[in-house]
Design a protein around this ligand. Sequence first.
Ligand code: ADP
Ligand code: MG
Length: 370
Amino acid sequence: MKVKIENLTKKYGEKSALREVNLDVPDGNFMVILGPSGSGKTTLLRILAGLLYPTEGEIFFNDINITRKPANKRNVAMVFQNYPLFPHMTVLENLRFPLESQRDGKIFKRRINSDKVIQKKVKETMELLHIEEHSQKYPSQLSGGEQQRTAIGRELIRDPVLFLFDEPLSNIDARLRYEMRSWIRRLHSVIKKTMIYVTHDQSEASSLGDLIVLLNEGVIVQIGSPEELYKNPVSKFVAQFIGNYPMNFLPFTTKKGKVLLNEKEISVPKNITTIIKEKKIENGDFGFRAESIREFNPKKPKEKDMLCLDCTVEYSEKILDQQILTLKFDDRKIFYVTKTKKMFKENDLVTILLHFENIHIFNESGEKVT
Ligand code: ADP
Ligand code: MG
């Protein structure tokens, strides 16, 4: 089923949790929405599930406007961080439950699930989830991953038209989280239902999504592949949020067409001075990734179009074959990741080089200009 979100705004009192959100989710897509805590992810999912109504805007499921349709008529599955399984029921009984309540409940008013149908569906679902061997266990006897798989199974068995995942793996330990991610992706490739997965974890989003929708303060700030967001962030916010290390920033000023760093004039390539002039930038930031920094080697001739900075080591940390250094350049901190064999220690002097090709330029309001 395809989902269309049109001009969605949600206010809680005066505060806007979502502002004019527009998004198309194609049929069968696995869409990842990434955003820091408080950016409006849960609000968006609750609106899609019908648990909340928007202040403005519309939601379409397969071109039908369902904005005011109540939750129990939408057939949407939602999986949370803590998904409550019934503790007094076995895995098998937990899975049977949604089908039995459909059969017995007044929602459908007719007997739709015969015992035979239920049995067949439960069997299929357990196979798909690889939990057959645990069918007689109670939730307390299952591992975190098995519990979460059963919880997903309980949604799956109802045959929903849309799956919403609200940070389902936040409570699971790191190794299992990794397994569960690939399991969810495989589940999607088998059942091919439209899924929307939200997370605040950029590495989770990058590993799960072909396309990431990045949300901040209720606004979609960028949509792109993990690589696009990493290589071409539209703003300082995106640059800081994506990547294993936040991007480094150094503020610059301009004076009569010259670029100053710490009030000292530096030489920058012509294309950059042209853009700075064209866009009339007086203050901005140079942004660069820890991974694009090189150490200056006095034996090699200095290349053109390089920014050269004399720094001191404030802190160094070794992780396997990498050293992660926090450098100081005047009062600014710079993250630098290196595989060099030389061991750095506090207060060592390090001269770093940056190719201007690897430097992003942000204007005063934090938007990327080049
Ligand atoms: P996320 O899931 O990305 O952490 P939420 O959608 O839960 O974000 O919240 C978005 C914003 O709306 C937050 O600032 C939050 O404090 C606010 N908010 C969420 N629910 C309510 C509510 N019921 N009443 C008032 N403010 C709320
Ligand atoms: Mg949330």
